[in-house]
Design a protein. Structure first.
Ligand code: FRU
Length: 509
């Protein structure tokens, strides 16, 4: 008899004690049990946000990837639903891998029945149990209501990789072609037969039959991306208007595996980078080959934007995985049987060719003003408003004359510190140190040189065991897992001369 994989996952979820773990986040989406990795199929519908994600309910005992599903009306509190895609078909029985969503408007039916209003494209992963040979196919699931999910009877849509590439062929993102109404495009990550990474573009008018247009190329990049890692995972394109130049730009965000680390930057096992150009056909024109990491933190990967239907436009919101491949050795596996979380949704903008990211839910106007009293010359000064709270969002602004300032989360014995250091010549550095926390394995301290002129402002979303730093109004973002003492609450301002000129906070617990 075939195993009932849906029932088995529901049983694991029902038995789970994860949410009772004192490290389990309040406003970040984490798995109900087991392991979570990439965000998938993010979409907005009638003001409700749906997030799907790579979900392994039986981790660490058995690696089998489903699509988990949660929704939120405020982008802060998430309700879990039953898994949406179960890896129980011949083409996905080794995992329903990453992909994206399209939400159709009524007048866009593409000849499809109403039951197809929500379209989810994903990779069916199949490993031959005898030879271990991999087959990757691109598959479709549709839903009329985001409660029932049906695999397309003619799956897979793309049964295997095209000639010239290996079976590392995955992570479809589909979007409407803004320059050709009625046409949809798909971008996929691939490995060429010469073992270099690339992205492929496909096109469809009915979302069912897809034709290969070719490899994404960079005619003005002087070969910068011709041999750029051995595989590209999770490529995606977002269209943004540059706030400085007014130009419409296509931003390619992707995860090239196998980029050599630099003195500073690219320290994670695999990076997530972006580059800016103008997509015309299969060419990303006017892209000069410069690229930068999307997030400089210890844990960040595989972000994607929320899909919207044309009649419900809104800002570009991005969510990433606050994790990395092969780094599941976190304390929460022992204490609660769960591992990893997604970042909070971020609004993204482009300014002078650089991405700016800010929490999608801004601090409310009536956020409590911080009273940092009794400032000591040495050591840390507790922020009274955060006493008793382990989940909060705050903003600090320092006096530009301060040579050193920052924040300590947790107590002296078990903490994460975030410090800004300014040299006499004006160079500024951010130093994040989690060497005195409960999770130090994959990076204990990291120094990031700040772009010249970064304003001395820091916004922090800290949520029990995950922290996101938004520096200088979103010019630099740094995501990390921050396992401070279990149940630790509050934070302190640190530094010899710190003098926050403005600060405010809200608490979530
Ligand atoms: C990225 C990734 C994707 C793949 C998925 C499998 O983290 O490796 O390329 O689809 O995770 O879980």
């Amino acid at each position: 008899m075939t195993e009932d994989l849906r029932a088995a996952a529901l049983e694991a979820i029902n038995r789970s004690q994860a949410a009772a773990d004192s490290d389990y986040p309040v406003v970040h989406l984490a798995p109900p049990v087991g392991r979570l990795n990439d965000p998938n199929g993010l979409l907005v519908e009638g003001g409700t946000y749906h997030a799907f994600y790579q979900f392994s309910p039986f981790h660490p005992h058995r690696k089998l990837v489903y699509w988990g599903h949660a929704s939120s009306d405020d982008l802060l509190h998430w309700t879990q639903h039953e898994p949406a895609i179960i890896p129980d078909s011949y083409y996905d029985r080794s995992g329903a891998y990453s992909g994206g969503a399209v939400v159709l408007d009524e007048d866009e039916a593409c000849g499809l029945p109403a039951s197809s209003r929500y379209q989810f494209f994903y990779t069916g992963n199949l490993k031959d149990p005898v030879t271990d040979e991999r087959t990757a196919s691109q598959c479709l699931v549709t839903s009329p209501d985001l409660e029932r999910f049906t695999k397309w009877p003619d799956n897979p849509l793309l049964p295997a990789h095209p000639a010239g590439y290996t079976a590392h062929f995955r992570d479809p993102q589909v979007w409407r072609d803004p320059d050709d109404p009625g046409s949809f495009r798909m971008i996929l990550g691939v490995q060429r037969e010469d073992l270099t990474g690339a992205a492929l573009l496909y096109r469809s008018e009915d979302l069912r039959s897809w034709r290969l247009e070719g490899e994404l190329s960079f005619p003005d990049a002087d070969g910068a991306f011709d041999h750029f890692g051995y595989m590209w995972e999770c490529p995606g394109l977002v269209r943004l208007t540059d706030e400085l130049t007014g130009q419409v730009r296509d931003v390619l965000i992707w995860c090239p595996q196998g980029i050599a680390p630099e003195d500073e930057g690219y320290e994670n096992i695999f990076p997530c980078v972006y580059t800016v150009g103008c997509l015309e056909g299969t060419e990303l024109r006017e892209c000069d080959g410069t690229f930068a990491e999307v997030d400089r933190g210890f844990e960040f990967y595989a972000p994607q934007p929320f899909a919207r239907r044309p009649s419900e436009p809104g800002p570009v919101l991005l969510v990433g995985w606050a994790g990395n491949a092969s780094q599941d050795d976190q304390p929460s596996i022992e204490t609660g049987g769960w591992v990893h979380a997604l970042t909070v949704p971020r609004t993204v903008a482009l300014r002078g060719g650089r991405l700016l990211q800010r929490p999608a839910v801004p601090l409310p106007a009536d956020a409590a003003a911080l009273s940092i009293v009794g400032r000591r010359l040495e050591g840390a000064t507790p922020i009274r408003e955060l006493d008793g709270h382990g989940s909060w969002h705050l903003r600090l602004e320092a006096d530009p004359a301060d040579a050193r300032w920052g924040l300590r989360i947790g107590d002296e014995a078990c903490c994460v510190t975030i410090e800004f250091l300014y040299d006499d010549d004006g160079a500024a550095r951010l130093v994040v140190d989690r060497s005195r926390s409960r999770y130090t394995r994959h990076g204990a301290t990291r120094t990031v040189t700040l772009p010249a002129g970064t304003p001395p402002r820091l916004e922090v979303v800290h949520d029990r065991s995950i922290t996101e730093l938004f520096v200088g109004d979103g010019a630099l973002v740094f995501t990390l897992r921050s396992f401070v003492a279990p149940g630790t609450t509050g934070a302190s301002v640190i530094g010899e001369s710190v003098h926050p000129v403005a600060g405010c906070a809200v608490c979530f617990d």
